[in-house]
Design a protein around this ligand. Structure first.
Ligand code: APR
Length: 241
């Protein structure tokens, strides 16, 4: 099956990837759902937008534990690197990721649509000033804006927040143009992101899925489902493409 998949990838006219937390698990970042998932340990309510504005200190306390402590020193793994190499060779046209960890860019990918935003930037909730997370002191209970003193918010999409319109339309355009989509490490449960592979499928795209467990796509729109770890799969297929 992997040889057949390699041929499909090599002959794709508009190859894209749709990725979720599972692609970063081998980089040491836990997934959200399933065994050991973050939402088993933490309450997702801490990143609900109204809770953040009404209880910023508690929200920041939990966010530091969930995101900032684990994502800080994660490195891209084989899966991120192979996708970046395929883009570099002109084979992969773009990645739509639900992840906020920035590992695709760190692996060298350029055309990355961060559908749920990013942890690498903090925004002032009042004057809108941007701060790179890497160089911002997060030790305070409540990180605040140096210019106006208002609370800073990580630039990722909270529950109850809308998706950035520009990212949404660019991601939808990518999905429309796709003739082969590789879906890596997502349960496919969170709207509107999880609708994008259906958009590709409706336009005739072949769907290749890599997931260690069945997702909402595996027995519906996936033409191929590799029940494999992302890093292992890409380590094998890179020799064939
Ligand atoms: N290789 C491939 N797949 C894996 C691996 C691995 N090493 N480890 C886990 N997986 C799979 C799991 O089987 C699961 O289907 O990755 C998927 C991760 O699913 P989720 O944790 O639900 O992550 P995701 O689909 O990206 O969540 C979507 O939910 O909470 C929100 O905003 C958050 O972007 C996130 C969104």
């Amino acid at each position: 099956m992997i040889k057949e998949t390699a041929e499909i990838i090599k002959n794709a006219k508009f190859l894209t990837a749709f990725t979720g937390a599972g692609i970063s698990v081998e980089s040491g970042i836990p997934p959200f759902r399933g065994a050991g998932g973050l939402w088993e340990k933490y309450d997702p309510y801490c990143i609900e937008i109204n809770f953040f504005y009404s209880h910023p200190k508690e929200s920041w306390r939990e966010m530091k534990k969930i995101f900032f402590n684990s994502m800080g020193n994660a490195e891209p793994n084989k899966a991120h690197k192979v996708l970046a190499d395929w883009e570099n060779r002109g084979l992969l046209k773009g990645i739509i990721t639900q992840n906020i960890d920035g590992l695709h860019q760190r692996a060298g990918s350029k055309n990355v649509k961060e559908f749920h935003g990013t942890i690498s930037r903090l925004l002032c909730t009042s004057c809108g000033r941007e701060y790179p997370t890497q160089t911002t002191d997060l030790t305070a209970d409540l990180p605040v804006c140096a210019a106006c003193g208002a609370v800073l918010k990580p630039d990722f999409v909270f529950y109850g927040e809308g998706i950035n319109q520009k990212v949404y339309s660019e991601s939808t355009e990518l999905a429309f143009k796709t003739d082969v989509m590789i879906i890596v490490g997502t349960s496919g449960e969170v709207m509107p992101a999880c609708g994008l592979p259906y958009t590709a499928k409706q336009n005739g795209a072949k769907i290749i899925e890599i997931n260690t467990l069945p997702s909402s796509y595996s027995n519906t729109i996936s033409d191929f489902w590799f029940e494999r770890k992302a890093g292992e799969f890409f380590g094998e297929i890179e020799t064939l493409v």
